[in-house]
Design a protein around this ligand. Structure first.
Ligand code: ZN
Ligand code: ZN
Ligand code: ZN
Length: 106
């Protein structure tokens, strides 16, 4: 097990507010979700790799960032219309709304 595997036993909380222009940071799309997998769900299934991880704040899907070869977090948004993710990088709490392309927090 890698040292940077995601902790799937504790919920992830998003407390950051939109900087501007996002109406999705509501109970409909943001829950305290437990990450569904210890790394990118699709990359783990296919044996691929990632650079950074994002968690979907609506369903807990863990996907890889746009700097990763497969960009599964963005693909998850297009497949499900779940708009808001949060960084799963250590020490980072910022979020991102795909629908509005707006960052939440810093
Ligand atoms: Zn939004
Ligand atoms: Zn991936
Ligand atoms: Zn989702």
């Amino acid at each position: 097990m890698r040292a940077d595997w995601i902790d799937t036993t504790h919920p992830v909380h998003l407390h950051e507010q939109p900087i501007r222009g996002c109406t999705h940071a509501t109970a409909a799309h943001v829950h305290d979700v437990r990450p569904g997998t210890q790394g990118c769900a699709e990359c783990l299934a296919t044996g691929s790799w990632w650079v950074h991880l994002r968690v979907c704040m609506e369903c807990g899907h863990v996907g890889c960032c746009d700097s990763s070869p497969n960009q599964h977090a963005t693909k998850h948004f297009h497949a499900t219309q779940h708009p808001i993710v949060r960084s799963l990088e250590p020490g980072e709490t910022w979020g991102w709304c795909y629908a509005d392309e707006v960052q939440l927090g810093n």
